[in-house]
Design a protein around this ligand. Structure first.
Ligand SMILES: Nc1ncnc2c1ncn2[C@@H]1O[C@H](COP(=O)(O)OP(=O)(O)OP(=O)(O)O)[C@@H](O)[C@H]1O
Length: 224
């Protein structure tokens, strides 16, 4: 079971008064129960732990793709799930910008069309940047006409982050965005996550195996 956040860095408090993350849930997986508690005002919280401990399952529960057995999920002051209060907001209304571990770009669409898909699901909310600005921020402006199969691993991750941002999310879930990248590409992603963290008032839950990147990015670290 994960405890309360153990590490805190100054100066990264979420601008809203509410906790950025107020989560206390148990998730059932075959033969096991994953429990996590996160209560943090920091805009970027890292969720760490060994492979198979349930980090992705926790992100899925927050995104509304997996129902917790009990507890509550509140992000940026918005109650997304509350077993006692019978709140269970559907995934499309939660406002998660979910960057999956395997990115899940549409293979038959160009990068530009993948980004347009994000904008289409912004659901009336203003995106943080227009597609061109976002592509520039993510360093993929020269790749817009390529298909995902023509991209490197780092480029795919950057396009997936851009698509999630253009959805005008209320919060971001980043599932090991640097996994399997070489150090240079990893540094690119870390710099981008830092820029997103510092530029947008957006709670971010960042899953990682890597302690050094977590120490660099996160105000709070929660261990599973
Ligand atoms: N769709 C699923 N159906 C049933 N069990 C699952 C499913 N996805 C994951 N599990 C199981 O749930 C447990 C937690 O898996 P999860 O992927 O959440 O862990 P993780 O910490 O994210 O792992 P990793 O770091 O390897 O990605 C594992 O025992 C896994 O086998």
């Amino acid at each position: 079971m994960a405890g309360a956040p153990r590490h805190r860095r100054q100066g990264q408090a979420c601008p809203v008064n509410a906790l950025a993350f107020d989560i206390d849930i148990a998730v059932a997986r075959p033969g096991r129960r994953i429990e996590v508690r996160i209560a943090s005002t920091d805009s970027l919280v890292a969720l760490v732990g060994p492979s198979g401990m349930g980090k992705t399952s926790v992100l899925d529960a927050i995104a509304g793709l997996l129902g917790p057995a009990c507890g509550h999920i509140e992000v940026g002051g918005k109650r997304l799930f509350d077993a006692a209060g019978q709140v269970d907001m559907p995934p499309e209304r939660r406002g998660a910008g979910y960057v999956f571990q395997d990115s899940r770009l549409f293979p038959h669409l160009s990068v530009e069309q993948n980004l347009a898909f994000g904008t289409r699901y912004a659901d009336g909310r203003a995106p943080f940047a227009d597609p061109a600005e976002c592509a520039e921020l993510l360093g993929i402006g020269h790749l817009l006409h390529r298909r995902p199969r023509e991209l490197s691993g780092g480029e795919i991750r950057r396009a997936a982050i851009a698509r999630a941002l253009l959805r005008a999310p209320r919060f971001l879930l980043l599932d090991e965005p640097t996994a399997s990248l070489d150090d240079a590409r990893r540094q690119d992603i870390l710099r981008i996550v830092e820029q997103i963290r510092d530029r947008f008032a957006l709670p971010i839950l960042y899953v990682s195996h890597d302690r050094s990147e977590v120490d660099r990015l996160a105000g709070d670290v929660v261990e599973l």
